[in-house]
Design a protein around this ligand. Structure first.
Ligand SMILES: *[C@@H]1O[C@H](CO)[C@@H](O)[C@H](O)[C@H]1NC(C)=O
Length: 360
C-alpha cells in the first residue's frame, strides 16, 4: 500500500498534482483498473474551492482468499467508497470462457441460448454499503442501486427498498485502510458494525448484522451471475428473487435483474434498443422491444466504459427464464446486436417463512 492523501489545495495545478498522484498509485498496484475513468471520477467531482479529503492508505488487493467484514474499499469501476458486510459465493456462468458451439454468431439463434452447455464456476461477491457522500457522483449507473423485495407476509403492496446496498465482485474491490472509526456514511453502518482496534480490518459485525443476514437471506441472496461478450461489449446479468404476491387469486412472482454493460474495446458505441424474450414455466413467451434501457441510451466510451442498471420482471409462474439482445449504434451510424445471456428466474424454496418486513 501507499499513502493517498487528498490535501486541501487551492491551486488547480496542485490539485491536479494530487489527482495524478492518486492515479499513479493505482497504476503501480493494479493493471486492470481503468485509470482514466477513476481520474475523471475524482477530478470532476471535487468542485473548485472544495476541500479535498483524506481517503486512506491503499492495501494490496487480494489475489487469493476473501475480504473480511469491515474491509474498506474503492469500487474499481464506479469509484465510490464502501465497506464489506459479508461475502456471497456465486456461480458465474461465463459464455466467453465456455463458448457454445451451435451457431453462436447468430444472436437470435436458440442454440446460442442453451444454458445447459455453460458450466458455472465459483466466484466471490460481497454485500457492501455505499458511502452516501459518493452516491450523487456515481454517474454510470441509472440510479443508486437498492436492494428491493416484496412484503409477502401481509396484504400490503409494500415494496421494500434498501438504498446504498450493493453487490461487488471480488476484482472490483480496491482495498484501503483508514484510521477513522466511522469511515463510511450510511444509515446502517453503526447498526451493523462496531469499531474494534484489536482486529484487521478494525470493525466487527454486530449481532444485528448476523440477524439481518439470516432473516433476509432469501431476498438478498446472490447465487447466479451470467456473462457474455459480443463485439467487445460485455453483458453481466445478476437476477434476484424478490418475492411472491397473490393478486386476483393468481400468484405473481417478482424478480429484479441487474445488468452491467462494459465496453471492452476503444470504439464509442451507444445503446439504442433492447429486445427481450421472457419465457415462463406455465408456457407463456413474452417479447418486449423498446428504446434504450430505464429511459436512457447510454454511451459507452473509453472514458466511461460501463453502465449498470436494474429492472424488474414478474411472472404468473414460480420460475422461467429470459434472454435477449441489445442494439448498439457506432459513431458512423451503423448498428449491431449483442447478446444478453439467458438466465433463469427461480423463486426461493423457503417462501413459506418470509421476513416480517424490513425491521430490526
Ligand atoms: C474484537 O475483535 C476480537 C478479535 O477478533 C474479538 O475477539 C472481539 O470479540 C471483538 N470485540 C467486539 C466488541 O466485537
Amino acid at each position: 500500500g501507499a499513502w493517498c492523501t487528498f490535501r486541501q489545495c487551492q491551486s488547480p495545478v496542485l490539485r491536479r498534482g494530487v489527482v495524478y498522484c492518486f492515479v499513479f498509485i493505482l497504476l503501480s498496484s493494479l493493471s486492470h483498473v481503468n485509470v482514466a475513468q477513476l481520474a475523471s471520477v475524482f477530478g470532476r467531482n471535487r468542485p473548485e474551492g472544495k476541500v479535498l479529503e483524506t481517503v486512506g492508505v491503499f492495501e494490496t488487493p487480494k489475489q487469493h482468499g476473501k475480504y473480511e467484514t469491515g474491509q474498506l474499499f474503492l469500487h474499481g469501476v464506479f469509484g465510490y467508497r464502501g465497506i464489506v458486510l459479508f461475502p456471497w459465493q456465486a456461480r458465474l456462468y461465463d459464455r466467453d470462457i465456455t463458448p457454445t458451439f451451435s451457431d453462436s454468431n447468430n444472436p437470435e439463434s436458440p442454440g446460442a441460448h442453451d444454458s445447459k452447455e455453460v458450466k458455472g464456476k465459483t466466484h466471490t461477491y460481497y454485500q457492501v454499503l455505499i458511502d452516501t457522500r459518493d452516491c450523487p457522483h456515481i454517474s454510470q449507473r441509472s440510479q443508486t442501486e437498492a436492494v428491493t423485495f416484496l412484503a409477502s407476509h401481509d396484504d400490503s403492496r409494500a415494496l421494500y427498498a434498501i438504498p446504498g446496498l450493493d453487490y461487488v465482485s471480488h476484482e472490483d474491490i480496491l482495498p484501503y485502510y483508514s484510521a477513522e472509526q466511522v469511515p463510511i456514511q450510511h444509515e446502517l453502518f453503526e447498526r451493523f458494525l462496531v469499531f474494534n482496534s484489536s482486529k484487521v480490518p478494525p470493525f466487527s459485525a454486530k449481532d444485528t448484522l448476523k440477524a439481518w443476514q439470516e432473516k433476509n437471506h432469501p431476498w438478498l441472496e446472490l447465487s447466479d451471475v451470467h456473462r457474455e461478450t459480443t463485439e467487445n461489449i460485455r453483458v453481466t446479468v445478476i437476477p434476484f428473487y424478490m418475492g411472491m404476491r397473490v393478486a386476483q387469486k393468481s400468484h405473481v412472482y417478482w424478480w429484479r435483474y441487474c445488468i452491467r454493460l462494459e465496453n471492452m474495446g476503444s470504439e464509442v458505441v451507444q445503446l439504442r434498443e433492447r429486445h427481450w424474450r421472457i419465457f415462463s414455466l406455465s408456457g407463456t413467451l413474452e417479447t418486449v422491444r423498446g428504446r434504450g434501457v430505464v429511459g436512457r441510451e447510454p454511451v459507452l466510451s473509453k472514458e466511461q466504459p460501463a453502465f449498470q442498471y436494474s429492472s424488474h420482471v414478474s411472472l404468473q409462474a414460480p420460475s422461467g427464464h429470459m434472454w435477449g439482445t441489445f442494439s448498439f449504434e457506432r459513431t458512423d451510424g451503423s448498428q449491431f446486436d449483442i447478446r444478453i445471456p439467458p438466465f433463469s428466474l427461480e423463486s426461493n424454496k423457503d417462501e413459506k417463512s418470509p421476513p416480517a418486513g424490513y425491521t430490526f
